[in-house]
Design a protein around this ligand. Structure first.
Ligand code: NAD
Length: 249
């Protein structure tokens, strides 16, 4: 498929997991990509793995650093000659029982997951074309389904979801689509982090809600992001795409 031939994509969180898989998928479909992450070594790995005719430029940027985001989006537009599609994937996770939840945890989760996403949307909207521009934001199934020990993470992703639905309404008159994608469990470095779940917690809830499909591969989420950002999804906006192997049922 060459759905992204001639399409200019700005992608955050491109160094790892779902973001890297998205870079590889969109590059293979012909996109010209400006790939952002805070992890420079990971970005180099993505650049080596993503093959396609459109090319891939990388930039080390912390999505919470407002001046850096403003500069990066302007540079992306200059380098690519515009921006057609923004894909926000950068995110952080934290599991902890409520008793040990800290203000630092809350600030970091909301800062990266919500503020980073919002800043990239605001800045990219200076460039996204009316009629065809698209924003795909990565929320999470946890935004709409309770998950023990993920209160703050889930709340930050609920904020990403609410932000995206409202932005879709705000931009409807310009016919710029905004699509939140909400993965369930995905097998990435984020979910493989040793000690992700503090010792001694009852995790039976997670095994109970795991669907017959198990955890997703990052490529399975990237495929849905690729669809949502493409002209195949021209009538899709403001809908929460839950890509969770049925875990919400
Ligand atoms: P990952 O850790 O493999 O990738 C996240 C990327 O975001 C990393 O490359 C990291 O360096 C980057 N990042 C983190 N903070 C950043 C910052 N301040 N500035 C720039 N880049 C930053 O994780 P993943 O599993 O691929 O997750 C990707 C997205 O999908 C996240 O938003 C995550 O919350 C969401 N998600 C993941 C799962 C899952 O089960 N893995 C489920 C639902 C939603």
């Amino acid at each position: 498929m060459n759905r992204y031939e001639g399409v200019k994509v700005l992608l955050t969180g491109a160094a790892s997991g779902i973001g890297r898989a998205t870079a590889i998928r969109l590059a293979a479909e012909g996109a010209a990509i400006y790939a952002v992450d805070v992890d420079e070594a990971g970005l180099a790995g993505t650049a080596a793995a993503a093959e396609g005719p459109g090319g891939l430029t990388t930039a080390a940027v912390d999505v919470t650093d407002e001046p850096a985001v403003v500069a990066a989006v302007a540079d992306a537009a200059g380098t690519l000659g515009g921006i057609d599609v923004l894909v926000n994937v950068a995110g952080v996770h934290k599991t902890t029982p409520i008793e040990t939840l800290t203000v630092d945890d809350l600030n970091r989760l909301f800062s990266v997951n919500l503020v980073g996403t919002a800043l990239f949307c605001r800045e990219a909207l200076r460039h996204l074309p009316d009629g065809t521009g698209v924003i795909v934001n990565t929320a999470s199934l946890s935004a709409t389904q309770g998950n023990p020990y993920m209160t703050a993470y889930a709340a930050s992703k609920g904020a990403v979801l609410a932000f995206s639905l409202s932005l879709a309404a705000e931009l409807a008159a310009r016919r710029i689509r905004v699509v939140p994608v909400s993965p369930g469990a995905v097998d990435t470095p984020l979910t493989r982090t040793p000690g992700m779940f503090p010792e001694g917690l009852d995790l039976s809830y997670f095994s109970k809600i795991r669907s017959w499909y198990g955890a997703a591969a990052p490529e399975q989420i990237a495929a849905v992001i690729a669809f949502a950002g493409s002209s195949d999804a021209a009538y899709l906006t403001g809908a929460d795409l839950r890509v969770d192997g049925g875990a919400h049922t």
